[in-house]
Structure formats: C-alpha cells, structure tokens
Design a protein around this ligand. Structure first.
Ligand SMILES: Nc1ncnc2c1ncn2[C@@H]1O[C@H](COP(=O)(O)OP(=O)(O)OP(=O)(O)O)[C@@H](O)[C@H]1O
Ligand SMILES: [Mg+2]
Length: 360
C-alpha cells in the first residue's frame, strides 16, 4: 500500500495542454474517484500516474518516491481498463496466473495468490472455465483478479464498469467497494458516472476541462460545490441556476424580476444591489401552502418516476425555467399553478463572471 502525490502536473500533446497543473495528495489506503465529462482529461491523468504517458511538468510520487522516470512495470501499480481483454483460450486460473508466470514467480506462490484472489472475488468454482463460459460480471471479476494477484501498491481503474448493463454495474460497484474495504489498497478510479463516484469514493476529484475544479468528499462536493460546473455536474436532475438581484441590505434577493427570496443567515452584504446567480437543487424546492408567497410555477410538464415526480415549469417576469423534484406522486396538468419556497440554507450563490462559489 502507498500514498500517491500528484504535484502540479501538466500534460501536453504536441502544443495542446490537456492537463493544466493538477495537485492532489492521496492518502495510503484511500479510494479516490476522478469524475468528469468525456474529454476532460480523466484517462490522461490516470495514465500519467501509471507511467503510460510522460508528464510534461510537475511530479508524481508513490510512497514518497518520485516516479517520473520509472517505467510502468517498476511503479508497483495495477490497472483495470474498460476493455479488459481476457485471453479467450485460457482458463480463469491461467488468465489470473499469466502475468505472474511472465515474471517467473514460483509456481506455489502463483497458486497461493490465484486461489486467494479467486476466494475474495468468489471465483473459486469457476477457475477451470474459459472466458466465453462466464457472464459479463464474472469476466470483470477475473480482470480484477489479474490485478489483485500482483499485490500492487496502487490500483488504477479506468471506467471498468462501463461495458456492463445497469443492474450488473450496481452489483459490481458494491463488490469493488467491498473489495476495497477488505484489501485497503490505495485506489484511483476514473468514471463519468456521478452515482458511481458518490458511492465509491472517499474523495472525488471533479475535473473540468483539464483542471481539478474541486477535490473533496462526495458530500462536500454535493453540499458546497466550488463552481457552477461542479454544481451542475453533480446531482440529478441538475441544479437550477437562477439570475437574481441582491437587495440593498444584502439579506434577500429577487428572482426573475418578481420573486423575493430570503438569503441564508448573514446574507450577502458584499453583493448588495448586484446581480448574482443563485443555484437550487430540484430536490430542495419545497411545496408551499401559501399560493402567493414564493415561486409560483406554471407547469410545462411532469415526469412521474414512481417514487418521486419531476415538475418542469416557468415562473416570474422572465419566464425562468425551473425543475423541482417532489418525493411523492403529483399528477399535474400542463399550465397548472404550483407554489414553491426555497429554504435559504439550500441556496448556492455564484459569481456570474467567474462562475465560482461566493463566500457567505
Ligand atoms: N495521445 C493523444 N494525443 C493527442 N490528444 C490526446 C491524446 N490522448 C488524449 N488526447 C486529448 O486529451 C483530452 C483528454 O482526453 P482523455 O482521454 O484524458 O479524456 P477522458 O476524460 O478520459 O474522456 P472519456 O470520458 O471520453 O474517456 C481530449 O481532448 C483528447 O482528445
Ligand atoms: Mg477516458
């Protein structure tokens, strides 16, 4: 096991810089998830840690040892890819043993490691099967088994579940978490799936276009997103962003030219009289008994999800669109009126210029 330190790392492909100075200290035994949309640089960052790409500037250290110049094979890491090609003509046992055999490890040590990994992954009964005789999830477990037998210091995962169907993904997600709790191997896991990230990670690195927009625990990132990008990326449906004007005393704000809403304790005195963006998550809008007090939404359409209901509509002078998530079934017709209030503590203020969270 090992800690991994990423220090001001950049990566250029030709003249184009795709990783712009990322720093992150990963603790021994920690499970870190790198989360972000397609093309933001997740795989590149992981490949830099693995040594599959050379870094352009900065430093990566594993267990306090700078590894910039080390070959992948000398870094004591194991990587699980999205396309984990197993050898089709080899049994499960041989697939797991192959890498160790190549390293000329003693036969009985190989046997011990393979059987141990098979036990952990519940593959013991399947050791004589060929990959084509396995389900997708079982194949994925064999791919992880190949990594476990190496007893690496660090595990790297690049979207290992994206080829599986939704149900299997949920199951494998739980298995990976359990595996981590058993083995406590420092892990870096890349995904664009926010649910995977929230449930697996001790901490998340949310990437935006080659930058680390925020590094924090899943709840930190959900409750105090540092930028509008992070706020919009985490949470489903996405956070509503409302243009607002802060009152002269900084204690309230007017939404969509018409609706006054209280700001949380202390208000935003530094923003008195100015335009700001207020974010509110669909699940934090509250149905309001007072039809004239709060956001009067004209319903466009509703989505009945079974357990809860998504209400899409418009409100205020500028017909601002808004989505609310209600925790029960509401059959609302188009153009119905429904009133919401926003608990002040659930407002997320952002600077309209920098798109960063405003203190307060
Ligand atoms: N070998 C390369 N040469 C040039 N550009 C590259 C190379 N590899 C990646 N890139 C570019 O770097 C950026 C980041 O790519 P990367 O593969 O890290 O994204 P990602 O976040 O993993 O995306 P995805 O979710 O689609 O896998 C992209 O713009 C990509 O086109
Ligand atoms: Mg990728």
């Amino acid at each position: 096991m090992a800690d991994v330190s990423i220090r001001n790392v950049t990566k250029k492909f030709g003249k184009t810089e795709v990783i712009h100075g990322i720093s992150c200290d990963i603790r021994d035994g920690e499970f870190i998830v790198i989360l972000g949309p397609s093309g933001c640089g997740k795989s590149t960052l992981l490949r830099l840690v693995a040594g599959l790409e050379e870094i352009s500037s900065g430093e990566i250290a594993i267990q306090s040892r700078v590894v910039n110049a080390l070959e992948p094979a000398d870094r004591d890491i194991a990587m699980v890819f999205q396309n984990y090609a197993l050898y089709p003509h080899m049994t499960v046992y041989k697939n797991m043993a192959y890498g160790l055999k190549m390293r000329r490890m003693a036969k009985d040590e190989i046997d011990r490691r393979v059987r141990n990994a098979a036990r952990i992954l519940e593959l013991s009964e399947l050791l004589d099967r060929k990959p084509r005789q396995l389900s997708g999830g079982q194949r994925q477990r064999v791919a992880m088994g190949r990594c476990i037998v190496r007893e690496p210091k660090v595990f790297l995962f690049d979207e290992p579940l994206s080829n599986l169907d939704a149900k299997l993904r949920v199951q494998m997600r739980l298995e990976i978490r359990k595996l981590h709790e058993d083995l406590k191997i420092t892990s870096i896991y890349v995904t664009h799936d926010q649910v995977e990230a929230m449930t697996l990670g001790d901490r998340l690195v949310v990437m935006d276009n080659g930058y680390a927009a925020q590094i924090g625990s899943p709840l930190d990132v959900y409750e105090r997103p540092a930028t509008m990008f992070v706020a919009g990326f985490i949470g489903s449906p996405a956070m509503n962003f409302l243009k607002a004007k802060v009152s002269a005393d900084g204690r309230s704000a007017v939404l969509s030219g018409a609706v006054r809403t209280q700001l949380s304790e202390g208000g935003l005195p530094a923003w008195a009289g100015q335009e700001i963006i207020l974010g509110v998550r669909p699940e934090h809008l509250e149905l309001n008994g007072h039809p004239t007090d709060g956001i009067q939404l004209t319903v466009d359409h509703v989505e009945l999800l079974g357990a809860d209901t998504l209400v899409h509509g418009r409100f205020g002078e500028y017909h601002t669109s808004l989505v609310a998530r209600l925790p029960e079934v509401h059959r609302l017709q188009k153009n119905a009126m429904i009133t919401f209030s926003i608990p002040p503590a659930k407002l997320h203020p952002f600077d309209p210029e920098t798109k960063k969270r405003v203190a307060g």
